[in-house]
Design a protein around this ligand. Sequence first.
Ligand SMILES: CC(C)(COP(=O)(O)OP(=O)(O)OC[C@H]1O[C@@H](n2cnc3c(N)ncnc32)[C@H](O)[C@@H]1OP(=O)(O)O)[C@@H](O)C(=O)NCCC(=O)NCCS
Length: 389
Amino acid sequence: MTTTVEATKPAAGKGGGLAGMVVADSRISFVDGAAGILEYRGYDIRVLAENSTFEEVAYLLWNDHLPTAEQLEEMRRQSRACRFMPPEIIAALRNMPRNADPMAVMRTATSMLAHYDPESEDNTPLAHTHKACRLMGQLSGVLAAYERIRRGEEPVKPRMDLDHAANFLWMLTGDEPDPQAAKALDQYLLLLAEHELNASTFTARVIASTGSDLHSAITGAMGALKGPAHGAAVQEAMEQFLEIGALDNTEAWFDSLAGSGRRVMGIGHRVYKVRDPRAEPLMKNVLKMVEATGERQWFDIAQRLEQLAMEDEYFKSRGLSANVDFYSAPLLYSIGIPVDAFTCMFAMSRIVGWTAHVYEQQANNRLIRPLSNWMGEHQLPWVPIEQRG
Ligand SMILES: CC(C)(COP(=O)(O)OP(=O)(O)OC[C@H]1O[C@@H](n2cnc3c(N)ncnc32)[C@H](O)[C@@H]1OP(=O)(O)O)[C@@H](O)C(=O)NCCC(=O)NCCS
């Protein structure tokens, strides 16, 4: 990576948050926040959502080109072989508190997985390819196993005849996966797989830039994703829909926010100042699930809330629109994912983007080490402890 810092001082007031700064050259994904465009390796996300699958998109993101039929078959074969979970990890999951945050469990398990990965300290491109594949398979296994253990059930072994999304549903429920739910989940995973230099991906690249290993970079990325301004917004979006409870309550709930300082979760984005391009395909998938299940309450609340926000001057003037989490929430809920595990689903998808970025960083590395703007005093005189007060 060529690091090109285009600004050297944070914006006044809010500490800057690196807003608007370009800090890397990349060819993994492109975001145009004003036009609402997201491309993976040059392919529009809407085109990929219409035509592709999560496994094919993983190949694209990892290899910089779409696979041929043979390449995709080989990738599927390899990724299924990567579903093996070290028994020590299952044993550790059994010892985790049942009331732990699933995202904290997943973060811990990611770090532990390094101990059982024969190539954990090997940063060569070939080892990276193996580890990325293993992490993709293993993260879904960690989540499914922990969810079952905390419910008092036995983990279910992966199946080799199912694609990634369907196999996850199988491991989670132990039932034959519903094709509609598996398709909706596959689309969700595809749509969240990569998103340029978001906070967790940047974290992964910073760690990779020190020459550290992939598991460390992904463990750090998980920590960043866990925050409510990033990945955990999807859980909080669902909690807000549940709090609203019924379509008729939506307007009063929205009005009650005015002046409270409380945010609508799933609305607003650092880069997108128009509707997130992933919102539409996610919404379409929620609608398909609504048709399949007949349960439309959460979709209706979400749609009404979005409409209210889009008509509101406060939101309009700040360019606040629905982001990826807004319709991810009712989608994951309709598939039957526990709300407190929603952020883990995000991680299960984003592992592909994170690993692609770590690879890109390592391939052309320079330590990421920015500067801060000093706001304190200089050269203070030393005061002995007994004279302080
Ligand atoms: C995503 C997010 C953190 C982006 O933050 P940011 O670029 O740093 O923008 P700021 O937090 O500075 O917000 C800018 C303004 O919009 C307001 N705002 C931002 N998101 C808002 C929301 N969801 N609801 C209400 N007001 C919001 C802020 O209060 C601020 O108003 P001000 O200028 O009067 O102070 C922010 O929009 C947010 O918290 N959204 C809700 C959480 C969420 O969905 N996160 C997932 C992102 S994919």
